[in-house]
Design a protein around this ligand. Structure first.
Ligand SMILES: [Fe+2]
Length: 366
């Protein structure tokens, strides 16, 4: 009897307390982690920072860097390990940024390639063999969307999680290396992402951390970004590497540029208008847009930074019935209902701010 009374007492007084404690205990958000610097550990003629991207229908672009300036821009590839039935040549360049000189940056377009197929390849005729899998030609397709990556221990953790998934295409709406003008950090970032970016196409657009402009000397910015992360802008009729589009398995994906002109008389606006007019919804029933600075954002961080671009371009996206808009920049996840011009609208896109990929700045908590 006494036992039952004491157990009743326990339930009456302590259980509500326990429930309340559980309900009010807040999730403690982890703080930023240490920077990781990946050093160069291959020979000067061997490829480093290898990454691949989609380059028009049935083609991929292989990009890599060599310290040796005389290595040829050649990619040998085939469907079995160590057997390269095909090869293609491309071009290389290098750039200077103050006292920094880049290695030789190679870009080679290969194809036509078959869908859902693993290809083995070698860059510059030397060094390790790499492999990638081409995306499928029809649904289902799986995308990994990660932005604001940086190169900390959290970045490595994010990449490990992504690597566990059997995704088809990696989409990155801006802020890659957080080098912020320290050019060796671009090289370190390239080495950090190589195990992932050499095996699946990585499609990126620029964020504010890619700008790296400097008055008079580098007024236009994006020197490292444009040299290293060449995207299929020519293949999609764009004059600038800062915005482009591509089709993959029933999806038309538009990568917009938050940090280049977007007003109605700009090249980007006119290009977007033409690109949207050419979408064939029978071929690509899904239309997805990625950009860096979100147009809709309830976080205190970066409030209003995407507003002038929203005012300039939102109508184009709305009239074209874009399905989803992914943004980065604000380091916290947020998803809106379908919106147009600040009102819920069942014909507007769903806006998703994808959250923090692991950069040194940490999370946007307000
Ligand atoms: Fe950003």
């Amino acid at each position: 009897m006494e036992n039952r009374f004491s157990s009743n007492l326990l339930v009456m007084f302590f259980l509500p307390l326990l429930i309340q404690l559980c309900a009010t205990s807040e999730y403690t958000r982890p703080s930023p982690r240490q920077l990781i610097f990946r050093a160069h550990n291959r020979s000067d003629s061997e490829p480093q920072q290898v990454h691949v991207s989609l380059a028009g229908n049935d083609y991929m672009r292989v990009s890599w860097i060599t310290s040796d300036k005389h290595v040829k821009s050649i990619v040998e590839y085939g469907k079995s390990q160590g057997k390269y039935e095909s090869s293609a040549t491309g071009e290389s360049s290098s750039y200077h940024y103050f006292f920094y000189s880049s290695g030789e940056i190679h870009h080679v377009k290969i194809g036509p390639l078959e869908p859902s197929t693993t290809y083995y390849y070698r860059c510059g005729g030397a060094g390790p063999e790499f492999s990638f899998r081409t995306p499928p030609s029809t649904f289902p397709i799986e995308f990994a969307v990660v932005g604001d990556l940086g190169q900390t221990e959290w970045t490595a953790s994010t990449l490990e999680h992504v690597g566990l998934k059997d995704y088809d295409v990696f989409l990155l709406p801006g802020d890659l290396s957080y080098a912020d003008s320290q050019q060796p950090l671009w090289d370190s970032f390239g080495r950090l992402v190589e195990p992932y970016a050499s095996t699946r196409p990585w499609m990126v657009t620029e964020g504010n951390h890619e700008i790296e402009s400097f008055p008079i000397i580098y007024p236009r910015g994006f020197k490292a970004y444009n040299a290293r992360w060449l995207m299929p802008h020519q293949e999609s009729g764009s004059k600038s590497n800062l915005y482009y589009s591509f089709d993959v398995a029933g999806t038309h994906i538009i990568m917009l540029g938050s940090y280049t002109d977007f007003d109605s008389d700009s090249d980007q606006y006119k290009w977007l208008q033409a690109d949207l007019a050419n979408v064939d919804r029978k071929k690509t029933p899904w239309v997805i847009v990625l950009l860096h600075a979100p147009w809709y954002n309830s976080n205190q961080a970066h409030r209003g930074e995407g507003e002038s671009m929203r005012q300039a371009m939102e109508e184009l996206l709305y009239k074209a019935r874009v399905d989803v808009v992914f943004a980065g920049h604000v380091h916290a996840y947020e998803r809106f209902t379908r919106v147009y011009d600040n009102n819920a609208n069942s014909c507007g896109p769903v806006y998703i701010t994808i959250g923090d990929g692991g950069n040194r700045e940490g999370l946007a908590m307000k």
